[in-house]
Ligand binder design. Structure first.
Ligand SMILES: Nc1ncnc2c1ncn2[C@@H]1O[C@H](COP(=O)(O)OP(=O)(O)OP(=O)(O)O)[C@@H](O)[C@H]1O
Ligand SMILES: [Mg+2]
Length: 400
């Protein structure tokens, strides 16, 4: 009882952790404004003339395909209602519903929560869907997310039927529009010619991977609503964005944010530190192994140890200036009874370590009069663990 009670009553860095849930749709999507606008322009004719429309949204993992289409569909519904047009939307994940029957069922359930899961053929379900839309006089926007899973399994019949949904009716108003979503940018090529012809280049919206700066905005937005004030520093947010910036993956960035927060809670800390972020990364995708540490030369190890030791101190920031890093290096070299190498050689070590992925260098934001300063950060392993590994390797080498 005491353990559980203690845990429930424990304070947390999170104000509302559900804001980090992958299903949560934030009010704005930083750096997707242009794509949101592009989708709206594709669907303008639905709003203006009640003609149906189809679009294809693609982009690699974590580029915001799901959140963008959800956001678009809900904004589109709201904007249409303001214009006295009744729009409904259903977002179906085809990996979870990888058959025509399951997709149709998910859509019908939106209109009739009790619609039976079994017992109806695809044709019957299509007929029921038509009836629902006619009765309600509404236009339905169907989003088939991860559509490749459906097409791979069942071919393109359902997609085709949706794109031609209104063709066989004499009714003046179109009733169904479609957005296909897939990480595979060539997915429309898998459709047969008839279904493919509706997905023209102008209806394709490709989401580029995010860069670190864009991820900073995304992470900062989420941190603000998910964490208590003061529980997470801008510096920590930058570090997360830098790490996730390698793949341009916002999902990974938010996962790191969540995991780092959880680790801070585990440690009973009131603030998320760079060390929590590195530990979160090490838990997800670690890069540092002992084998790799062994491949470094002695002065590279000193360089890295100096950096890791400084960054691993309690309350340390996520970045050091190269000047601070060099000081730390000299100290480490002296502790190991070695003469520190000169400045230009030190820079070589830094660059080699960066190329090999041990550290990251970036330009410091300019502050008034100061010239160009570079900042060093450790992207991967928790600094304290790295120091320990380096010490082990150095000890072995000293023994010879
Ligand atoms: N521009 C953005 N602003 C705010 N949050 C974003 C943005 N882009 C992505 N996200 C968030 O990042 C996470 C991943 O986004 P999403 O699930 O939409 O990616 P995806 O492209 O669908 O990935 P997958 O290919 O794995 O399905 C989600 O939590 C989402 O809310
Ligand atoms: Mg998705």
């Amino acid at each position: 009882m005491a353990i559980v009670e203690d845990e429930l009553g424990a304070s947390s860095v999170f104000a509302d952790r559900s804001k980090l849930d992958f299903n949560y749709v934030p009010l704005d999507l930083p750096h997707r404004e242009e794509e949101l606008r592009a989708l709206a322009s594709v669907f303008k004719q639905v709003a203006d003339r009640s003609a149906s429309q189809s679009a294809f949204v693609t982009g690699s993992v974590g580029t915001g395909k799901t959140v963008l289409t959800k956001k678009f569909a809900s904004d589109f519904q709201e904007a249409s209602r303001k214009r006295q047009q009744n729009v409904e939307y259903v977002h179906v994940n085809c990996r979870r519903n990888a058959s025509e029957g399951l997709v149709l069922h998910a859509i019908l359930k939106h209109f009739d929560p009790k619609y039976p899961e079994r017992g109806f053929s695809t044709n019957e379900m299509m007929r029921d869907l038509r009836k629902q839309l006619e009765r309600r006089g509404c236009h339905l926007l169907v989003v088939l997310d991860e559509a490749d899973a459906l097409v791979a399994k069942e071919g393109s019949d359902l997609v085709y039927s949706f794109t031609r949904f209104d063709d066989e009716r004499a009714a003046p108003k179109a009733t169904l529009s479609l957005i296909l979503v897939s990480a595979e940018d060539t997915m429309p090529l898998r459709l047969d010619a008839a279904a493919r012809s509706t997905f023209r280049r102008s209806n394709t919206i490709a989401l580029p991977p995010y860069n670190a700066k864009q991820l900073t905005a995304i992470v900062a937005q989420r941190a603000k609503i998910a964490f208590h004030k003061g529980a997470i520093d801008d510096d920590v947010i930058d570090l997360i964005a830098e790490i996730a910036g390698e793949d341009g993956d916002a999902r990974y960035a938010i996962e790191l944010l969540d995991h780092a927060g959880w680790l801070a809670d585990q440690d009973g800390d009131e603030e998320v530190t760079p060390e929590h972020v590195r530990a979160a990364k090490a838990n997800t995708r670690s890069f540092v192994t002992e084998d790799k540490v062994k491949l470094l030369g002695v002065h590279q190890l000193f360089t890295l140890k100096g950096i890791a030791r400084k960054l691993g101190r309690p309350r340390a920031k996520a970045h050091l200036t190269t000047g601070e890093a060099e000081e730390a290096y000299k100290l480490v070299a002296e502790e190991h009874d070695q003469t520190p190498r000169a400045h230009t050689q030190y820079w070589k070590y830094l660059n080699e370590l960066e190329v090999a992925g041990w550290i990251r260098l970036k330009e410091a934001p300019r502050t008034g009069t100061s010239g160009n300063t570079q900042l060093v950060s450790l992207p991967d392993i928790p600094a304290r663990i790295l120091v320990k590994k380096i010490d082990e390797v150095l000890a072995k080498e000293a023994k010879g």
